[in-house]
Structures are given as structure tokens and as C-alpha cells.
Design a protein around this ligand. Structure first.
Ligand code: S3P
Length: 441
């Protein structure tokens, strides 16, 4: 059968150095911000994945040209509110929640109607979270129950807003920041901590944005209509992609891995903090600053004796895309691990909280759930012998990749469907695994 992989063997010990795909969050932000910059931006190392390709197609639809050169992608920015939107414009965000939610903010001042659509998974996700603040700016959005497809009609009479973002969602925060750029006056966002790439990039472009950090919140002030110049950017590796290899190495015997040039912005390194509390051997070396982001190499060694964790929920947002992998380590730990307030996990490309529990129970791990809190009863001796079939997980790329890592480290015979899902974020995933010696059919 096409579009599935079969794994019947553990990966053999390896000692290697790799690089992983470029950061998806930064790639999408580079595209959106360069579309409204004045002049031509050059983006090196842009992630080549479906989500990013859809972002390029989306800016093309609103009148921004780009060109793929040998070493970089050139984006011809049209300036703030400079889009040229034709009648009946339809933007297809595919599988990408980030693109879909942030492009609405980018287009908040466009008076021509834009229809936004997405794939089956994206059409199940919540858009009321961005419709609400956009309505306050004066943007008109038509949708059924806050879902895609939706129609946006922007306004040239936008008003600045004050908004409390309390989900810890960088997608909502970025949507508001982009709309604030289109709006005269000062927009103020009190935002529960989430990844900081949008603010960091804008600060670096000398955009008038102020950030005051508190323990759990950030206060962000954005001055509208301040034109900024085009820029150059070299996108570093994605820690969310690196995480699959971090956990592969931790759970494999006698292995070591060095992952070079990964973005280790502290708002993204929740997985390292959590796993190191569980006794994992993960170190960061060669740290450097790049345009306000932190880049480093991640050094991982196989670990025995994982300990359970009572995971502080203020680490949730910094690890939000990595919980599937963290749960796998909890399954191999001594003791009972507990994780709380995971409601956002069910709002991803698939309901990942529900599906992780289904997955863990399938491999014989006891899980107790109370609403959005779970307890995982670890088993350090966990070794699988049965046949495992991963199918109907809404083509979620991260579930496909996590299952592959489970198969290569826990044993058993696995058939895992929806191989093509990796194209959304990490097309090179299986090739890197094969280079490390994994036998995958
Ligand atoms: C992203 C933010 C996160 C994350 C997603 C990428 C971003 O979503 O899950 O994969 O680039 O801003 P939320 O902000 O909705 O939590």
C-alpha cells in the first residue's frame, strides 16, 4: 500500500550529526512580514513544506510577487495596506492554522472580500478566537459557527483595540499584531505567554512595538502604520522537528546525536526543560543570538532511568507541539506523571489530547483523564511485541512522526498510515531517519 510505512525493527545504536528542516513558524512570519515591507526581502533557508508553500501562494493571491532563487526566496513587498486584491479571491490555507489565522490579521484593511478555505482538519478548527478581536478592529467576517470557510471584508476605518489573549496562543497574538500594523493609533495586547517570534522579528526591524514581560503575561503595544524596510533572514532549524530526533536518541540504546543550528528561543524549549526534569540527557551548546532569536546545537545521549514528572502547566505553551513525544517518555518513566490544563492540545491539527490517550492505551499504558488533566502510569520495562496499526488520526503529521519514533524505539510490528502528512512540516523526516540507520519500508 502506498502512503504508509511498515516498521518491524528497532533502530540500531547511532552516533551522528544532523540538521533538521527550517523553522515553520519563522518561515511563515518571514513571508507575511516581507509582504508588507517596503522593497525586496531575501529569505534564506525557507522551509520547503506545504504549509510554507501555501503561505507563498496566499501572498501571491493578494498581489505580492515572489521568486525562488538558488539560495534564497525573494519577496517583493508592497508596503502596509499595499495589496492588490482581485474580485472573488480565495485563499487556501491547506492544513495550516498559523497561516489561516495570521493572514486574516494581515488583510484586515482590505476592502475587497477574501474567502478563506482549508483542508478537512483545518475546517474543523476554531476561528472564533481570531474573529472576536478582528471584529473589534472593525473587520467584518462571515462564517458558520466560527469555522472555515469564512469571508473577510476588511475596513479602511480600523480602530485600535485593547485585548486580553488568555489562551497562550501565538497565532491569535500574531493575528492581532498584524492587524494592529494596519490600524492607526496604538493597539495594546495583554497576552498569556506564547512563542515570541512575531514580536522579536518586528523589534529587529525597528518597528515601534513595546513589550513588557511579566511572569505569565506579556504586555504588547503596537503603533500602527509605521512602514518598515525589506530585510534579509536566514531561517534556523525547527525545534519541533528536532524533537522527534531528541526523543529517538533518548529512547535508543547507546546512541548520541548532535542537531546543529536549531532555534532555541526560550518560548519554544519547553520540551528540553520538561525532559531534563525527567532525567534526560540533553545539552545545548554553541548558543548564539541571531536577530533577537537564540540559535544553538542540541546534544543528546541515550538515557535510561527516566523519572516521572508533575509537569508545571506554565511550561505548556512552550511545549505545545511536543506533548505527543513528552508522553512517550512519560510512558517509559518510573512512576506516575501528571500534566494539567491541556485544553489547547485538542485544538490542533487533530484532537491530540484525545488521540494521545488512545495511542498510549493501545501500547498498554494506563492513563487516567480528568477533563484536560492526565496522569500517565509509566513502565520503564515497556517493550512491545504485538502488531500496531496507526490509521484515521486525521492525517496529523505529528502523530505520524511520533508513531514512527515509537515503532523504532519500543519494538513491535507497526503499519503507520498517512506518510504524506510529513509534507506539511518536515518533508525530510524519513530521509534523516534512514540516514541514522532506521529500517523503514
Ligand atoms: C504556532 C503557534 C502554535 C503552534 C503552531 C504554530 C505559530 O499554535 O501549535 O504549530 O507559528 O504561531 P497556537 O498559537 O494556536 O497555540
Amino acid at each position: 500500500m502506498k502512503n504508509q510505512v511498515k516498521i518491524e525493527e528497532l533502530i540500531k545504536p547511532f552516533k551522528k550529526e544532523i540538521i533538521v528542516s527550517s523553522d515553520k513558524s519563522l518561515s511563515i512570519r518571514c513571508i507575511l512580514l516581507s509582504s508588507i515591507a517596503a522593497g525586496t526581502s531575501k529569505i534564506f533557508n525557507l522551509l520547503e513544506s506545504d504549509d510554507v508553500l501555501n503561505a507563498l501562494k496566499a501572498i501571491k493571491k493578494i498581489g505580492v510577487n515572489y521568486k525562488k532563487k538558488k539560495y534564497y526566496t525573494e519577496i517583493h513587498g508592497v508596503g502596509i495596506n499595499g495589496f492588490n486584491i482581485k474580485k472573488n479571491t480565495v485563499i487556501d490555507a491547506g492544513n495550516s492554522g498559523t497561516l489561516a489565522r495570521t493572514i486574516l490579521g494581515l488583510c484586515s484593511a482590505t476592502k475587497k472580500k477574501i474567502k478563506l478555505i482549508g483542508d478537512r482538519s483545518l475546517s474543523k478548527r476554531d476561528f472564533s478566537r481570531v474573529i472576536k478581536p478582528l471584529n473589534l478592529f472593525g473587520v467584518n467576517i462571515k462564517s458558520k459557527r466560527g469555522k472555515l470557510p469564512l469571508e473577510l471584508t476588511g475596513s479602511d476605518l480600523l480602530r485600535p483595540i485593547r485585548y486580553i489573549e488568555d489562551k497562550g496562543s501565538a497565532q491569535i497574538k500574531t493575528c492581532i499584531i498584524l492587524s494592529a500594523i494596519n490600524t492607526p493609533g496604538i493597539t495594546i495586547i495583554k497576552s498569556k505567554k506564547s512563542r515570541t517570534h512575531s514580536e522579536v522579528m518586528l523589534k529587529n526591524l525597528n518597528y515601534p512595538i513595546k513589550i513588557i514581560k511579566n511572569k505569565n503575561y506579556e504586555l504588547i503595544e503596537v503603533k500602527g502604520l509605521a512602514q518598515f524596510k525589506s530585510f534579509e533572514y536566514k531561517v534556523p532549524g525547527d525545534i519541533s522537528s528536532a524533537s522527534f530526533f531528541i526523543v529517538l536518541t533518548l529512547l535508543s540504546k547507546k546512541s548520541r546525536l548532535l542537531i546543529k543550528d536549531v532555534n532555541i528561543n526560550p518560548s519554544r524549549t519547553g520540551i528540553i526543560k520538561i525532559l531534563n526534569k525527567m532525567n534526560a540527557n540533553i545539552k545545548i551548546i554553541n548558543k548564539k543570538n541571531y536577530k533577537g532569536e537564540v540559535i544553538g546545537d542540541i546534544k543528546i545521549k541515550s538515557t535510561k532511568n527516566f523519572k516521572s514528572i508533575n509537569c508545571p502547566s506554565n511550561l505548556n505553551t512552550a511545549a505545545i507541539d511536543e506533548f505527543l513525544l513528552i508522553f512517550l517518555i512519560a510512558a517509559k518513566s518510573e512512576g506516575i506523571s501528571s500534566f494539567k490544563n491541556l485544553e489547547e492540545l485538542n485544538k490542533k491539527e487533530s484532537p491530540r489530547l484525545d488521540l494521545s490517550i488512545k495511542f498510549l492505551r493501545m501500547i498498554g499504558i494506563k492513563v487516567i483523564r480528568k477533563k484536560n488533566d492526565i496522569k500517565i502510569y509509566g513502565n520503564p520495562e515497556l517493550e512491545l511485541h504485538g502488531n500496531y496499526r496507526i490509521k484515521n488520526f486525521l492525517k496529523d503529521h505529528r502523530i505520524f512522526m511520533m508513531s514512527t519514533i515509537a515503532a523504532l524505539t519500543l519494538n513491535g510490528t507497526w503499519v503507520i498510515s498517512d506518510k504524506d502528512s510529513i509534507k506539511t512540516s518536515f518533508p525530510n523526516f524519513l530521509n534523516i531517519l534512514k540516514k541514522l540507520g532506521a529500517k523503514i519500508n
